[in-house]
Design a protein around this ligand. Structure first.
Ligand SMILES: NC(=O)c1ccc[n+]([C@@H]2O[C@H](COP(=O)([O-])OP(=O)(O)OC[C@H]3O[C@@H](n4cnc5c(N)ncnc54)[C@H](O)[C@@H]3O)[C@@H](O)[C@H]2O)c1
Length: 886
């Protein structure tokens, strides 16, 4: 009789106690080999070997491609052992020869396919180009790393295949393994160990120990050096393994029991369905976890189906597993035979109709062997134990149903969810039924087919995790996220600031991707801008006022043949719905670039339209921070107000009715590609709008200067913008046709826009957004009214910067103390506003006093407030500022 020994740390060894046990051929009940019986000490030695090998990096440290090369050597060695593996598997487990012959071939394919996938397709390393965290800029990536020491505990029904399933992915992903086969079928795993050794898999990477599940399982599942357990077996033992693994919180994947439904629809091909139902249940004597042991048959075809299934079941040849003529061999063990007999009795007692089988079979010429006839119970109620409990033998329940819905409901009435089938001549109908069943695998017009790239695993109490496919490989890795701070300076770290009094962010990035052209008649360059962007079909977005002023027509004329359409219904402070409508119009026109002609409202809408055209969906899907990874639909902006500067900003402000406030798309990639500052577009702007939109730009500049993100480049932009607005606003207010002053206002607004794109804004914006969303106060109006009040609120937190503002506003600060100069800046802003007839109080623009408190609550939650010079966290303080502005 052959003798098999444990495989630990690259050596075949006897067990520490010297104990052995016999493995029996279930077809004859004759012992075929003696096997070393491992105990606690051997399990610990195997774990120690696996731990040492893992930690040494001899395997885990190889590249996936280098491991693939070794796995290929391993596969070659398995090929050389193919015949021996098949014959031994057949003798040891009772698998018929035809089935056992497949196992080595499938294992070799699995090793080769999955190691190739790991080397070429698996995302070991992933850069995350857009992290979505605006406050922690830096490089973000994911590393996937091996888990460590894996334990594979496998069952007796497919000893060799299960060894492949556990060993392959664990090794391919860089782990080491201790494999424990079932004690009734220990042999082929040990032959695999021989192949591993012959292939030069480093010592300790593969270990195989054979022996009693109870004692070994206890060590393997609780040992602190084991990182992961992959178990295939019964749900009952799976629960126990999970419980044991919990003491050291190991990763577990469990492939457990099933009571899968094979649903035969009334339109199924009868021969195919009968064959599928029999194969799905009686293959390998029914000892398969995903077997379709509940055959659900439409009442329309039930009688005919049952008769044919009975006939087919009775035709299977039951014989010795090594006999090539046998369709079915023995059950694996005496115990399993007893379980099957017990359930057949239960079925009869429960009142199910035994149609065929229900008895042992004697094979001529053989004494002994655990042979059992294919057994069909009809008229089974799904509530019976026969239909609810896993038997793991050639026993099937046939259950009648009346509608597809009822079939799905019966299928789902189970604690399990592992496999299942649908037989139908209508694929669409079969897919609908398959979609309704809560299970890990559904076969349509087939059963029991596996594929290396297709994951297998259970819903509900059928398991945890998946095997095979990329999903299966993921189960053998850990995910490590690595963040590399781009601003490695204590004072610039916005997260650390949560626990620090230093609120200024000193480091900064500056990037201005918009190509700005400015000057009288510069509109003429638009056609070239379209060509430079590689576009041909320009679509104009505008609003009714701008169109009425003839400005859209100016742009259309200049675009000439490139013009493909116009949408002119963008409202002030655009909402998501108007953005969606504009997008739809641009889609209809097959636009490949957007030309926005208008103020901040039109440009903000256009930025969002460009994102939706590129990425699909609706505006509400894209209210995100920093998530875009490629260029958006090209956008050329032509500003028509004297102020917003949003032609060069990275933000689109949109009113969300759902959120009841203004929300943002913020991303560098939404900055327009080009901005055309042609003063002819602002000459028609009425005085009121000239003044209020200019104060929006002033607010940008002052808030950028005082914000926590302020930096010297943006400061320079902001200071120049303040000077130019201070000088030119009175000129354009007095004479809207002063072209030079109009152009200067546009340039100033653009600089202010650039400044705040990097430096951000502050509380004045947060307050203006709020009264805009809740009271429809135009943005520029609200900004202007609250700006001086916010400057005073901030004075002790931005005294130096505000003193600079005073200087830029031509205040004579020479003899003033810095704080007084800072306060004088606020006075100068108010004086400028009065000079140009800007509204001075919220009560004059439709805000009611009783709503101020609620506005304060909203304003502190507006993200602009995050960057305010003075930390904003108390709504009462903001309420006070609102009251001053009231
Ligand atoms: N994304 C950003 O960086 C940014 C910056 C500031 C403001 N905004 C947003 O912009 C919006 C405010 O934009 P806005 O202040 O430019 O006003 P707007 O775009 O809402 O336009 C206001 C009105 O002015 C009219 N108009 C514009 N130009 C005209 C012209 N030349 N002749 C005659 N009428 C003209 C329009 O028809 C409209 O009725 C707000 O929603 C605000 O949140 C965005």
């Amino acid at each position: 009789m052959e003798q098999y020994r444990l495989f630990i740390n690259g050596n075949f060894v006897d067990s520490a106690t010297g104990k052995t046990f016999e493995s029996i051929d279930p077809g004859t009940e004759v012992p075929i080999a003696t096997v070393a019986q491992a105990g606690t000490e051997d399990a610990e030695a195997a774990i120690a070997a696996a731990r040492t090998a893992f930690n040494s990096g001899v395997w885990s440290g190889l590249t996936p491609a280098a491991r693939m090369a070794k796995i290929q050597d391993f596969a070659d060695q398995i090929s050389q052992q193919g015949l021996r593996l098949a014959a031994t598997e057949c003798m040891d487990s009772g698998q018929i020869l035809k089935l056992a012959g497949f196992a080595p071939l499938m294992g070799i394919s699995l090793f080769r396919n999955l190691s190739l996938a790991a080397a070429t397709k698996f995302p070991w390393h992933e850069e995350i180009p857009a992290s979505g965290n605006a406050f922690a800029p830096g490089r973000e990536f994911i590393r996937r790393e091996p888990i460590g020491v894996c334990v594979g505990i496998i069952p007796w029904n497919f000893p060799l295949s299960m060894a492949f399933w556990k060993m392959g992915p664990a090794l391919i992903m860089g782990n080491t393994i201790v494999l424990k086969p079932a004690s009734v079928t220990p042999l082929t795993a040990l032959i695999l160990a021989e192949a591993a050794k012959a292939a030069g898999i480093p010592d300790g990477v593969v270990n195989v120990i054979t022996g009693p599940g109870g004692e070994l399982g206890q060590v393997l599942c609780t040992h602190p050096d084991v990182d992961k357990i992959a178990f295939t077996g019964s749900t009952e033992v799976g629960r126990e393994i999970m419980r044991m693994a919990s003491s050291t919180v190991k990763k577990v994947t469990l492939e457990l029991g099933g009571k899968s439904a094979n649903i035969i629809l009334d339109d199924a091909d009868m021969e195919l369905a009968v064959e599928g139902a029999c194969f799905g249940t009686f293959f390998h004597q029914g000892q398969i976890c995903e077997s379709g042991t509940r055959v659900l048959v439409s009442s329309k075809i039930y009688d005919e189906f049952l008769e044919k299934m009975k006939k087919r079941a009775e035709a299977f040849r039951i014989g010795y597993q090594m006999d090539p003529a046998s369709h079915m061999g023995p059950l694996v063990s005496k115990e399993q035979l007893a379980t099957v007999e017990r359930y057949v009795k239960i079925g009869k007692d429960e009142g199910a109709d035994l149609i065929t089988g229900g008895k042992r079979v004697e094979v001529p010429g053989i004494t002994g062997g655990y042979y059992y006839a294919p057994t069909i119970f009809a008229n089974v109620n799904n509530k019976m134990r026969l239909a609810q409990e896993e038997i793991f033998g050639p026993v099937v329940c046939v259950i009648k149903y009346d509608s597809d819905e009822e079939a799905v409901a019966i299928a789902n009435d189970s604690i399990y969810g592992l496999g299942g089938g649908v037989f139908s001549s209508n694929t669409a109908r079969a897919e609908r039924v398959a979609g309704g069943v809560h299970t890990g695998t559904m076969w349509i017009n087939n059963y029991h087919v596996f594929a290396d790239y297709c994951p297998f695993g259970g819903y509900k109490q059928s398991g945890v995790g998946r095997e095979l496919g990329l999903a299966g490989l993921h189960e053998y890795t850990q995910v490590k996220r690595v963040h590399v701070n781009a601003m490695a300076d204590a004072k610039s770290n916005m997260t650390f600031q949560l626990m620090s009094d230093y609120k200024q962010v000193d480091s900064f990035g500056y990037n201005c991707p918009t190509n700005v052209v400015a000057g009288h008649g510069i509109l003429a360059s638009i056609a070239k801008a379209v060509v430079d962007l590689g576009c041909k079909r320009a679509f104009i977005l505008t609003d009714p006022g701008v169109r009425q002023a003839g400005l859209a027509q100016l742009a259309e004329n200049a675009l000439a043949d490139f013009f493909v359409g116009i949408f002119d219904k963008i409202p002030s402070d655009p909402d998501l719905e108007s953005v969606d409508a504009a997008t739809e119009a641009a889609r209809q026109a097959n636009a490949d670039c957007i030309v926005s002609v208008g103020g901040g409202s039109v440009m903000d809408a256009a930025k969002a339209v460009c994102v939706i055209l590129k990425n699909g969906g609706k505006a509400n899907d894209h209210l995100n921070l920093l998530v875009l990874t490629e260029s958006q639909t090209p956008h050329i902006a032509i500003p028509t107000t004297s102020g917003t500067g949003s032609e060069v900003t990275n933000v689109s402000v949109l009113t969300s009715k759902g959120a009841g406030r203004k929300l943002f798309v913020v991303d560098q990639r939404i900055m327009p590609n080009a901005a055309i500052l042609d003063p002819r577009f602002t000459m028609t702007l009425p005085k009121g709008l000239t003044v209020t939109t200019a104060m929006d730009a002033m607010t940008h500049a002052i808030e950028a200067l005082t914000s926590t993100m302020a930096n010297p480049i943006c400061d320079g932009m902001a200071m120049q913008a303040i000077r130019m607005i201070n000088k030119n606003l009175p000129l354009v207010a007095a004479d809207g046709k002063n072209e030079k002053a109009r152009l200067n206002m546009q340039i100033a607004a653009t600089m202010a826009g650039w400044a705040f794109t990097v430096a951000q804004v502050g509380l004045a914006h947060a307050m203006a957004h709020t009264v805009g969303a809740l009271h429809h106060v135009p943005h520029g109006v609200a900004c202007g009214i609250v700006l001086p009040k916010v400057m005073r609120y901030n004075v002790d937190y931005a005294v130096e910067k505000l003193a600079l503002v005073a200087h830029a506003l031509d205040v004579d600060v020479a003899k003033m103390k810095e704080r007084n100069a800072a306060l004088a800046a606020a006075d100068a802003v108010e004086a400028l506003m009065k000079k140009v007839d800007h509204p001075m109080r919220l009560q004059d623009v439709g805000v009611s006093e009783e709503n101020l408190a609620i506005c304060a609550f909203h304003a502190i939650a507006d993200s602009a407030a995050l960057f305010n010079a003075r930390p904003v966290s108390d709504p009462n303080e903001v309420f006070e500022v609102y009251k001053q502005a009231y």
